[in-house]
Write a new protein. Structure first.
Length: 148
């Protein structure tokens, strides 16, 4: 199976349209058999899943017992999720509620993250990268633990 890897700098237009890198569209189709993605909130970004992976997540989620934690996750992740198809130029259109959540205004970074990819504002991504770099400097064993 192919996974989403790499980081791409991009822009989002005034209509909240974002071009998804052709490499990611190819992986979506060839690796997952999908042409639709599901976009939802992340903690500081947006997460985009192949439709087939999102369906697996939902099946697992809905098979768990009710709980206050499940209610929180439902409101934060499941409720705002939206299926997005690509236009002829490989763009998706994001709902305002999602683009506002991630602080997407113009400059964005599309980041591969295994079975999903993330959509970050460039400024938040830069800050997250700095924090990760600092963590890895202070915790080099984390790299060797995972084979890096």
């Amino acid at each position: 199976m192919k996974y989403f890897q790499c980081e791409f700098y991009n822009t989002i237009d005034a209509k909240r349209r974002l071009s998804i890198p052709s490499r990611f569209r190819e992986i979506l189709k060839e690796g997952f058999g999908d042409e639709v993605i599901v976009v939802t909130r992340g903690v500081d970004s947006l997460s985009a899943y192949p439709l087939s992976e999102w369906q697996k997540i939902c099946e697992k989620f809905h098979s768990t017992p009710a709980s206050p934690e499940k209610d929180i996750l439902n409101r934060f992740l499941i409720a705002p999720a939206v299926e997005c198809s690509f236009d002829n130029q490989g763009r998706i259109q994001l709902p305002r509620i999602l683009s506002d959540h991630a602080g997407l205004e113009k400059d964005v970074v599309v980041v591969g993250a295994s079975i999903k990819f993330e959509i970050w504002s460039q400024s938040k991504h830069l800050e997250q990268t700095r924090q990760a770099q600092e963590f890895l400097r202070d915790n080099p064993e984390s790299l060797t633990r995972y084979g890096f």
